[in-house]
Design a protein around this ligand. Structure first.
Ligand code: SF4
Length: 382
């Protein structure tokens, strides 16, 4: 039997693994707590496990985190890690501290196949899905790094948003066990309300998520009509707005929150005009004759080379927000943070290089060391 990386398992998977070792399933709870609550990676340190079990584990299993390629600290406390996932691929994870919460933005794929026009990850193309262990290892590492840094035993990360690199619902099989470990009281014990999956609209998987592991849902909307949305989010050709919004309505009864968050990236002259606002209000208030209980999050676009897009100016963003608010739609404008630094992360990134490839990555690291400017995060996740 090849030794298994125990970060690949949710509690149910770990219990099945223990059974295969000839151990009682309940041993998995102890083991799971050591791994995720205490950050242990060495079986010898798990002193309340039977010695015979520790010996079996030392040959049949390992706990191997991702290798950190770089860590960058913003002056506002935001931290971004670049993790090596092998074969020249790397993914980003971002920690965003706020007064009342600590949010971790997690990647689900190396690159992304959806190819949204405003997203630098989409421009990089798709490399591969992350495994459950690679998704979970981002949280495992960040949580225990931050606890050690802050010198406490208290949980630091209260919220997880699957908004890093990749379309999480195109990596569903690996995503769900990772979500279950995040939610498990023997794991990270996060509330379903505080774990958010962000999707560009993979309709069938939205239904499965509602049935199998409902967490908070964010949908990348970005346009109020099919013609425009298909030009920005190519997946719209497969799952057009009416189908996507129907899926949102079906999701809501299972959702831990009574609204869906719609992300709307503000692109100058593309989707930010009063007519777009009018169409958006009509779409969201009248869909299926009942409207959708939702919150709209306007995101200032973070430009990157070759996108051919620029960000709406502040006045336009505010006017658009006011238009939606006046129509009764709850609307926020995502705060930007780390103005002292440059670049961004994952889903709505504006980074300037292909971050999935080693050559570019190394070039980027060289540039970073030579420059007083480090990076800027994608902004506060609402
Ligand atoms: S916005 Fe999300 S789904 Fe679209 S290309 Fe970027 S990572 Fe993929």
């Amino acid at each position: 039997m090849t030794a298994a990386n125990l970060l690949e398992f949710d509690l149910e998977g770990l219990a099945a693994f223990c059974e295969r070792l000839g151990e009682k399933r309940f041993r998995a709870v102890q083991l799971f707590r050591w791994i995720h609550q205490r950050g242990a990676s060495d079986f010898a340190s798990m002193t309340d496990l039977a010695k015979s079990l520790r010996e079996k584990l030392s040959t049949a299993a390992h706990i191997t985190p991702l290798k950190v390629l770089s860590r960058q600290d913003s002056s506002d406390g935001t931290i971004k890690w670049l993790f090596d996932v092998g074969n020249g691929d790397a993914v980003e994870t971002v920690y965003i501290p706020e007064a009342d919460r600590g949010t971790l933005c997690v990647s689900s794929q190396a690159g992304c196949a959806v190819g949204c026009r405003f997203c630098s990850t989409g421009h990089q193309g798709f490399s591969r899905n992350l495994t459950t262990g690679e998704i979970l290892a981002q949280l495992w590492f960040a949580e225990h790094f931050l606890r050690a840094k802050l010198g406490g035993a208290e949980r630091v990360i209260s919220n997880v948003v699957m908004m890093g690199m990749g379309e999480p619902l195109q990596n569903y099989a690996a995503l769900v066990p990772a979500l279950k470990a995040m939610l498990d009281d023997h794991g990270y014990g996060l509330s379903r309300r505080r774990v958010t999956v962000s999707t560009s609209g993979v309709v069938p998987m939205m239904d499965r998520l509602a049935a199998e592991c409902p967490v908070a849902l964010a949908v990348s909307l970005h346009a109020p009509n099919d013609v425009l949305r298909s030009s920005l989010v190519p997946l719209n050709n497969k799952y057009p707005l009416a189908e996507l919004l129907d899926a949102c309505l079906r999701y809501l009864p299972s959702a831990p929150r009574d609204f869906v968050t719609f992300e709307y990236c503000m692109l100058a002259g593309v989707n930010d005009q009063p007519e777009h606002g009018r169409q958006l209000v009509g779409l969201l208030r009248q869909h299926a004759g009942q409207g959708i209980h939702c919150k709209i999050n306007l995101i200032p676009f973070n430009p990157f080379p070759d996108s051919g897009l620029t960000c709406s100016d502040k006045a336009t963003v505010q006017a658009f927000a006011d238009q939606l608010l006046a129509a009764g739609l709850v609307t926020t404008v995502r705060k930007t943070r780390g103005d002292d630094i440059d670049a961004a992360c994952g889903q709505l990134a504006g980074d300037v290089v292909d971050r999935t490839r080693v050559a570019d990555r190394m070039g980027n690291l060289r540039r970073l060391t030579e420059s007083p400017v480090i990076w800027a995060n994608k902004g506060t996740v609402q």
